[in-house]
Design a protein around this ligand. Sequence first.
Ligand SMILES: [Zn+2]
Ligand SMILES: [Zn+2]
Length: 533
Amino acid sequence: MNCLLLEQGDGILVIDCGSSFPNDDRGIDLYHPDFAYLLERRELVRGIFLTHGHEDHIGGIPYLVKQLPVPIHGPPHALGLVRRRLIEHDIDPDDLSLNVAEAGERHAVGGFVVEPIRVAHSIVEASALCIETSLGTMVHTGDFTFDPDPPDGEPTDQRRLEQIGDGGVALLLSDSTNIDSVDRIGGERSVGAALERIVAESPARVVVALFASNIQRLMLLGDIAVSTHRRICLLGRSLEAQVEVATKIGRLHWPSDLLVAPDKVHSLPPRNVLVLAGGTQGEKNSAMVRLARGAHPKLELVPSDTVVFSSRAIPGNERLVQETQDAILRKGAMLRTMLSEPEVHTSGHASRSEQAWMLELLRPERFIPVHGTLRHMMRHAELARSFGVPHVQVTENGIPVSVTANGLALEQPVRWGKLAVSTSGEPLDAETLKRRGDIGRTGVAFVALALDARDRIVAGPSVSTVGVAGVDDDAKARSVVQRDVLQAVRRLRSTKVADLEEELRRVARRALLDLCGVRPVVKVEVLRSSEKS
Ligand SMILES: [Zn+2]
Ligand SMILES: [Zn+2]
C-alpha cells in the first residue's frame, strides 16, 4: 500500500493513501497505514493528492478522513471510487472537499503546486505528479508504463515529461515494482488480441478472471463480447463497482444490452456468454474461488467451460492461486493462464527499460525509488546510478529522507505501521491478532469453576477444548486436566481470584502439553461467591 508524505516549511502533502490485503486467514479484511504521524501534525496537513484509483493508492482514505477530513484531489475516476468507498463507511462525500484534478491543470495545495501528467497504466486516468516545491520541481511517477497505444487512447505524455526534464528536476520518485522484467512484452491491446482469439475459438462459455480495476481491459472485453456475439455476466462486487463508476464518468461505453444478470445466464446458449469474474488471487470469498469450488449461488462451472486467468499471481499469493486453478481443473473445465500463454496478461508497471526511459526523459538531480520491495528499489537505485543521477537514496517505510541543496539524507525513523481491520470493520490490534494466530496454531481450552465464600468448590472444574487435537473428542483426556486443576485448587485455597486463575492456567497448559504435545491457549474463569453461607 502506498502513502507518501511530502513535507516542507509548514505544510504536509499526502500523495496517495492506499490499503493492502492479508494473505493469511485471521479474519483481516484489509490493512491501512498507521496515521499517527499525520494525526500528531494535523494542523499541518494540507491535503491528499491521488495518482490513480487502485486500491493500494486509495483504499486507506476512509480511515484517514474519519479522523482528519482534509481536501482530496485526484482524477475523476479515482474520486468516483473514493466517493463510493466513503458512502460505504457512512461518510457523506459532500462533507469533504473532493477536487477533480485533470491532467495539465495546476492545483495549489498548501505551499505546493501540483500538476497531474497523464501516464498509461492498467486503469484509466492514471497520473504522474509534477510538484513545485521550495527546492525546485519534484516528480512522482505514480504507477506507469510507456504502453504506446492503451485502449483508452491516452498514452504517457512523454512530451510534457521531457519539457519538465528540460526545466530541471530536483527529485524523482519512481515506481520500482516491475524492475525484474527487462522489457515490456506487449501492451494492453496485444492482451486484447489474445483474449479475442481465445474467446472466438471457444465453442461454449468463457470465464475470464481479471483484476476488477483494469478498466483498459474491461474496454477491450466489451468489444470482444460484441464481436463474438456474447453477453457479459459480471461476477463480484468490485467488478460491478468498477464498471458502474467507469460508465458513470464516461470511460466505459458498453452497449446497454451487453450485460446479463448471473441468474439469467442459463437462458442463453453457452457460446453467447462471457463471464467476467473477480478473484484472480484466490481471495477466499471471491467469485472465482466460489466458482472453482462449486460454491457459487448462481453459476456452476461445467467441463465445456474455458477459464482464462488474465492476471498474474502477486508474490505471496501463489499457493492460493494454484489451489483455485486446481479446483477449476477438477471441474473438468479448460484452463488457460499466462504461464502457458504469456500474452493473456501484461503488467501495468514499468519494466526496467521503461524505468530507464523515464530517467532519461526527466534527468533528475536526485532519485528515490518507491513502490516495491527493498530488492526492487535497490535494483532501481542501481539503474539510476548507471544513468549518472548524482544523488540516489533508497529508503524504507517510516524512514524520512531530507532533500537538501547538497543531496539526500536519511533521517531518524518516525512512527509508522500498518493497522488491520477485521472483516466486521473493527480495528484489530497487535495483541488480538497474535491471539488469533495462537488459537489457529494450537486450539483453545476453557477451564471454569465456581467457589463459595469459604473456597469450597460448588461447581466444576469443567474443562472443554476447541481445536485441540486428541483432546476435543476425548473425555478421558479432559478428565486428566480436570484432576490436575482440582488438585491445584485444593493446594491454593484463599488465593486472590486473579492469581488462582493464572496458576490454574499454568497447570492446565502443562497437563495439555503432556497429553497432546502442544500448549493450547487456555482461558480460565474462576467465580467466587461473596455470600457467606
Ligand atoms: Zn496502480
Ligand atoms: Zn500501485
